[in-house]
Design a protein around this ligand. Sequence first.
Ligand SMILES: [Zn+2]
Length: 290
Amino acid sequence: MQKWRIGDVTITKIVELESCGGAAWILPDAVPEACRDISWLKPDFMDEMGELKFSVHALVIETRNQLIVVDTCVGNEKERMPYKDWHHLQTTFLADFTAAGFDPAAVDCVLCTHLHVDHVGWNTMLVDGKWVPTFPNARYLIAKDEYDYFKRTDIAEFNQRVFNDSVAPIFDAGLMDLVETNHRVCDEVTLVPTVGHTPGHVSIQITSQSEQGLITGDFVHHPCQMARLDWGSTADLDADAADDTRRRVFADCAETPTLVIGTHFAGATAGHIVCDGDAYRLIPVKPEFA
Ligand SMILES: [Zn+2]
């Protein structure tokens, strides 16, 4: 179990899925021939052949007073065709969450950086044929702009299906708070707007004892985008805004002690951004294992 500390705050990674290769559908420029030149991606973020590594994981934030889950992966038993790797999953995610020492009933707050399929899945679980909240005592915080976009009925049918089984039941249970994209969650945790990938996309800033961390969400999918600033994602809804956001946040974090924790970064998962010519690179930080 990988853990990081930011001042008094502890962050734990709970993995649902890991993969290597097949990045072209999400980052079409990131073909192995082009990635091989970015040698610092090895070994955490790329294999010897230039195939990129990805992870789907939740990050659990423990502050003095709050137990917070950031992004809830794909979830079990959900209808996710045509995405075969995510369809009718039967993973041990919830057992792993519990084995890490966390009680779903004790979670105070669930944050979704955005409402894509791999960030909302464990918001709900299937009980007696119904989708019920996995974290029954939590407030689920979602940016209002994000919710308003994904509740629309003129968006892709797939996104509507995800909304209906993983977001709407939370609203119906009265557990959802719609918030601004700069909402302060508690003393140590604040949302920061990083829009472009989706209309209300947020990253999560953690501050404690003058140390700082940033959980990315999907404004960046893979550290290769730090080396190649023009490599956008097919999933970016507004490509220009997504491009602006990546450049702005990388510049803000570069050469600072901010621990950048990637929502889809494999291996070390977290690191510090440093300048590298006209672009950036990520220096991995070794997590503690507990
Ligand atoms: Zn994602």
